[in-house]
Design a protein around this ligand. Structure first.
Ligand code: B12
Length: 501
């Protein structure tokens, strides 16, 4: 059994510059299958920076009977290429895919005959049923071809108890390939982990909107943290939960156990403005949390409402003040390029970040990912500039705006970095960080990657080879695409879900 995390690489080869921590989805599937006695290999093409021909060699050596591929939107072209290569090298192998993009667009995946089926929702038990040889018709959550038709089996019930899944199979990857993104750690080595999956938020641009929140027990989390800390020497944890602070009770219990058991490790997590209190901040800080990522998204209250995250600006002022009072840094995520964005609202966002005195300002460009409400609306109104998914999330504007041209957003995006980080106060704050040897080394490595490796056409060119696959030519147009886009929460919600919006 081979599980593959594809590379994501844009035309400019930017993908190779983005550093990351291990892919928890396929590592969870891997450990589940291992716990049932299967022999599993994991190849992370992005982290290992493998070129297509190198991956072909891996296939020749392993000759897997089953392959599972994760597909986010930016993986779209490489994922199709991977499937085609698997069938070329091992013609009788079965190739499955899953992940948020695949489950939103099963027909687009299955038009390529190299994919045998698409798994929707959690992949652990679904993959087990597939490798056990259960007939496709009996695997809940599976989409597959039946002649020229795509059959969608009923969804799998959402697994509420994440303790049923073993810890991610970190042992199947080489941890030397991983490194946390700049500024997201205080100590090294670092690793990522999850206490929960799902998010109660209703942000129109997010695949996790309205997905059922479920978690691991605090006892299991402490067992995992201790194992990573004491058996593997990990000193820094990045919680990849969509909204770590969404479940205050387990978070408090977790922090208390970290404090009681004197586990000396640092951690960072995602928080939401309306799910962060003074008492939680105090405990988080005491337990080792030194940074929260706060998705503020805009400085314009009107735009905040339009994207389904109507959190009062005063609330953000309170959150940042509270976090700072407890020594927790705030990395603030902002989105520019909203449908109703103007030059004025973009300025409001930058000014709000400066006013809040956040430690990091992280802008990104609004992207309507398939599976989100934003995508469904943009598609219905004809706002998508194109559907070259490999460019989604790669710093491109892909949606028409009411008042602005893409260039306005690109220009502001570039200017906003200087506007935030070249202020004397921000320069001083970043210099303060250089007191640590790790951060100085990190900055040097980043500068090297951007200015030396980034300019190396030959290396970037090698990886761009992953885009040399004509998905259209490999696709069977006789397989119809759905009349209406699918929404992620339709897959990842409990049957008794009541929509609060
Ligand atoms: C942490 C995180 C990051 C981290 C690390 C990403 C990583 N690759 O590990 C960082 C900060 C680096 C990051 C970067 C980006 N991210 Co991000 N990220 C996340 C986040 C919050 C958690 C990821 C995670 O660990 N999930 C938990 C695991 C357990 O879930 P999973 O991976 O989905 O896997 C399960 C199922 O999908 C399924 N499954 C997965 N693979 C397979 C395969 C088979 C065969 C089967 C059957 C099933 C299956 O089974 C798994 C186990 O149950 C997700 C949101 C989310 N909840 O997933 C966004 C998310 C994945 N990110 C997103 C985006 C857009 C990005 C960026 C493009 C942003 C940017 N502009 O730079 C980049 C590029 C990411 C990339 N191409 O890999 C989007 C993806 C949307 C899309 N349609 O593609 C998400 C969904 C958030 C959102 N906006 O809605 N991200």
């Amino acid at each position: 059994m081979l599980l593959v995390y594809p590379i994501w690489v844009s035309e400019g080869g930017r993908g190779r510059l983005q550093r990351m921590l291990p892919p928890l989805g396929i590592l969870s599937i891997a450990s589940y299958l291992e716990s049932k006695g299967y022999d599993v290999h994991v190849v992370d093409l992005h982290a290992e920076q493998l070129r297509p021909e190198q991956f072909r060699e891996v296939l020749r050596a392993l000759r897997p009977r089953f392959v599972g591929v994760t597909v986010l939107s930016s993986h779209f072209v490489p994922a199709h290429y991977i499937a085609a290569m698997c069938k070329q090298e091992v013609p009788d192998c079965k190739v499955f895919c899953g992940g948020v993009h695949a489950e939103s667009c099963p027909e687009e995946m299955l038009r390529n005959p190299a994919f045998d089926a698409v798994g929707r929702g959690d992949g652990e038990e679904l993959m087990l049923e597939l490798v056990q040889g259960r007939p496709y018709a009996d695997v809940a959550g599976l989409s597959y071809r039946d002649d020229k038709r795509v059959v969608h089996n009923p969804p799998r019930p959402v697994e509420m108890d994440l303790d049923r899944y073993p810890f991610p199979a970190y042992h199947l990857i080489d941890l030397n390939h991983y490194f946390p993104p700049v500024g997201t750690y205080r100590d090294l080595p670092a690793i990522n982990l999850l206490m929960t999956r799902g998010c109660p938020g209703a942000c129109t641009f997010c695949n996790s909107a309205k997905t059922t929140l479920r978690g691991r027990s605090v006892a299991k989390m402490i067992e995992l943290v201790k194992m990573l800390r004491y058996e593997h020497g990990i000193r820094q944890f990045s919680f990849y939960d969509d909204t770590f602070t969404a479940t205050p009770k387990p978070v408090r219990e977790f922090c208390l156990r970290m404090i009681d058991e004197r586990i000396d490790a640092s951690f960072v997590c995602y928080a939401r403005g309306d799910m962060f209190s003074e008492s939680m901040a105090a405990l988080l800080a005491k337990a080792g949390c030194h940074q929260v990522l706060l998705g503020i998204e805009s400085g314009s209250a009107t735009l905040m409402k339009k994207i389904g995250k109507p959190i009062d600006k005063q609330k953000y002022r309170d959150v940042v003040r509270i976090a700072h009072a407890h020594g927790i840094e705030v990395r603030a995520g902002f989105i520019i390029g909203h449908y109703e964005e103007t030059l004025e609202t973009m300025r409001e966002s930058l000014e709000f970040a400066v006013e809040l005195d956040v430690d990091f300002f992280q802008p990104s460009i609004m992207t309507p990912y398939p599976g989100t409400q934003l995508y469904a609306e943009a598609k219905a109104k004809g706002l998508l500039l194109h559907e070259k998914y490999e460019l989604y999330g790669q710093g491109e504007v892909v949606m028409k705006m009411k008042h602005l041209q893409p260039q306005d957003v690109h220009d502001f995006y570039k200017r906003s970095f200087a506007g935030f980080y070249l202020r004397p106060r921000a320069v001083w704050q970043q210099l303060q960080r250089l007191r640590s040897w790790h951060h100085a080394r990190d900055l040097a490595k980043t500068a090297y990657a951007v200015f030396v490796e980034g300019l190396s056409e030959a290396r970037a060119g090698d990886l761009r080879g992953w885009l040399d696959f004509d998905v259209e030519a490999a696709s069977d147009p006789a397989i119809a695409l759905p009349a209406k886009p699918r929404l992620t929460f339709a897959v990842r919600q409990r049957e008794d879900f009541v929509d609060p919006t």
